[in-house]
Ligand binder design. Structure first.
Ligand SMILES: [Zn+2]
Ligand SMILES: [Zn+2]
Ligand SMILES: [Zn+2]
Length: 229
């Protein structure tokens, strides 16, 4: 269990905020000891606190810059970087621990912020809210062009999710969805082919009848079915 760096009280699961002293703890980067701060050329602003974000170099396979707000401890990742950080910190997961996934989500603190659309730190346009993965319990804020925002504590939670096989479960679900889609498509195709066969006897009636009174058409059709049964 994580403890508050200020008063040593146990921290609620997945929460950056200490219940006792109210201090914010940077639980997201606890496993990552080797980052340094950097000056960013273009200033980026925290969508929660409206202050400048600090740039950190996480040095994953060379220079790897992410942005962090020192007030709320939220993190901003350029496109693809979040996945790279998760993959670098959690590897060798071959099993899906379903009960583990349940328990990390049950123990998790409710979201610290009310549901709202926040602005991209780069372009200031409203970001989209996207579910990170099946049963991850984390909704990330994403700007398609610039990257994703994670609130403080969410990176730690996603690492737990990865450890419990969340990524594998997500891939499994994606494949299932793909298979179901393919099945539906082929059923649709068979159905259409079936309609084609059934409608061919109508063609003998010719167009004039089709364009006439629908009731009359119906009667003739029923009679036709009686004869051909
Ligand atoms: Zn504390
Ligand atoms: Zn902030
Ligand atoms: Zn943007």
């Amino acid at each position: 269990m994580a403890r508050c760096s200020n008063c040593n009280a146990p921290l609620p699961d997945g929460s950056v905020l200490c219940d006792y002293c109210g201090d914010r703890n940077d639980i997201d980067l606890t496993g990552i000891h080797y980052y340094t701060t950097h000056e960013n050329d273009a200033p980026r602003t925290c969508p929660r606190c409206d202050v400048r974000l600090k740039t950190l170099d996480m040095r994953l396979k060379g220079r790897f810059l992410i942005d962090r707000c020192e007030q709320c401890l939220g993190l901003f990742f350029d496109p693809g970087e979040l996945e790279a950080v998760l993959e670098a910190s959690v590897s060798n997961v071959f099993l899906i621990d379903r009960s583990g996934l349940d328990s990390i989500n049950l123990k998790r603190q409710p979201d610290q912020y009310p549901v709202s659309y926040i602005k991209c730190p780069v372009c200031s346009r409203h970001m989209h809210r996207v579910n990170f993965g099946v049963r991850s319990g984390v909704i990330i804020d994403r700007c398609k062009a610039h990257g994703v925002w994670l609130d403080g504590g969410e990176l730690r939670h996603l690492m737990e999710w990865m450890k419990m096989g969340g990524r594998l479960l997500d891939q499994e679900r994606q494949e299932q969805i793909k298979k179901e889609e393919q099945k539906r498509e082929s059923e649709q195709r068979q159905k259409l082919a079936g309609y084609g066969k059934e409608s061919s006897p109508f063609d003998n009636f010719g167009d004039p009848l089709r364009n006439s009174d629908p009731d009359l058409f119906d009667i003739v059709y029923k009679a036709f079915r009686l004869f051909t049964r």
